[in-house]
Design a protein around this ligand. Structure first.
Ligand code: ADP
Ligand code: MG
Length: 238
C-alpha cells in the first residue's frame, strides 16, 4: 500500500485548462471519494494518477516515488471503470488472470492468485463461466477481481457502479467497502453520487470546475461546508 500525493496538478487539452492546479494527499490505506458534478475533472484527475493521461503541470507521487514519468504498468495501481469490458470469449478465471499472463507470471501462480481473489469476491463457483452467463453484479465483481489479482498498492475506481440498478448499487457499495476493510488498499473512488460519497468515504474531496472546493470527512463536510456549493452538493440527492 502507498500514499498518493497530488501537488498543484494542472491539465490542459490544447488551450483549454480543465484542472487548475489542485493539491491533495491521500493517506496510506485510506478510502478517499472524489466527488463533483459531471465535467468537473474527476476522471481526468484519476487518469493522471493512473498514468493514462499526461500531466500538464505539477507532480503526482505514489509512496515516496514521483510517478510523472512512470508508465502506467509500473505504477502498481489497478483501475476499475464504469464500462468494464470483460473479454467475452474468456472464462471468469481467464479474465481475472489475463493481465498476469501478459506479465509472464507462471501458470500455477496465476491459478493461485485467481482462486484467492475469487474467494474474496465469492466468485469461486463461477470461474468457468463466460461473461454472458453472469449477472451485472457478478460481472462487476469479476472486474474487481481483475484488479485484485495484481496486488496493487492503489485502487482507482471511476464510477464503477453507475451502470447497475439502484438495489445492486447499494449492495456493491457495501461489498467494495468490505473489500477495502479486508485488503486496506489505498483507494481513490470517483463518483458524482453524493450518497455514495457520504456512505463510503473516509474522506471526501469535493471538486468543481477543475478545482478542489473542500476536503474532509463526511461529517466535517456535512457539519461545516465551506461554501454554498459544498453545502448544496452534499446536502441534496443526486
Ligand atoms: P468528470 O469525470 O468529472 O465528469 P472529466 O474529467 O471527464 O470530468 O472532464 C473534465 C473536463 O475535461 C470536461 O470539460 C471535459 O469536456 C474535458 N475533457 C475530458 N477529456 C477530454 C479530452 N480528451 N479532450 C478535450 N477535453 C476533454
Ligand atoms: Mg468521469
Amino acid at each position: 500500500m502507498a500514499s498518493v500525493a497530488i501537488q498543484t496538478i494542472r491539465k490542459a487539452y490544447g488551450n483549454l485548462e480543465v484542472i487548475h492546479g489542485v493539491s491533495t494527499d491521500i493517506d496510506d490505506g485510506e478510502f478517499v471519494v472524489l466527488v463533483g458534478p459531471s465535467g468537473c475533472g474527476k476522471s481526468t484527475l484519476l487518469r493522471m494518477i493512473a498514468g493514462l493521461e499526461e500531466i500538464s503541470g505539477g507532480t503526482i507521487s505514489i509512496g515516496d516515488r514521483v510517478v510523472n514519468d512512470v508508465p502506467p504498468k509500473q505504477r502498481n495501481i489497478a483501475m476499475v471503470f464504469q464500462n468494464y469490458a470483460l473479454y467475452p470469449h474468456m472464462t471468469v478465471a481467464q479474465n481475472m488472470g489475463f493481465s498476469l499472463k501478459l506479465g509472464g507470471v507462471e501458470k500455477t501462480e496465476i491459478k493461485r492468485k485467481v482462486e484467492e481473489a475469487a474467494a474474496i469476491l465469492t466468485l469461486e463457483n463461477l470461474l468457468d463461466r463466460y461473461p454472458a452467463q453472469l449477472s451485472g453484479g457478478q460481472r462487476q465483481r469479476v472486474a474487481m477481481g481483475r484488479a485484485i489479482v495484481r496486488n496493487p498498492e492503489v485502487f482507482l475506481f471511476d464510477e464503477p457502479l453507475s451502470n447497475l440498478d439502484a438495489k445492486l448499487r447499494v449492495h456493491m457499495r457495501a461489498e467494495i467497502k468490505e473489500l477495502h476493510q479486508r485488503l486496506k488498499t489505498t483507494t481513490v473512488y470517483v463518483t458524482h453520487d453524493q450518497v455514495e460519497a457520504m456512505t463510503m468515504a473516509d474522506r471526501i474531496v469535493v471538486m468543481r470546475d477543475g478545482v478542489i472546493e473542500q476536503v474532509g470527512t463526511p461529517l466535517e463536510l456535512y457539519d461545516r461546508p465551506r461554501n454554498s456549493f459544498v453545502a448544496g452538493f452534499i446536502g441534496s440527492p443526486a
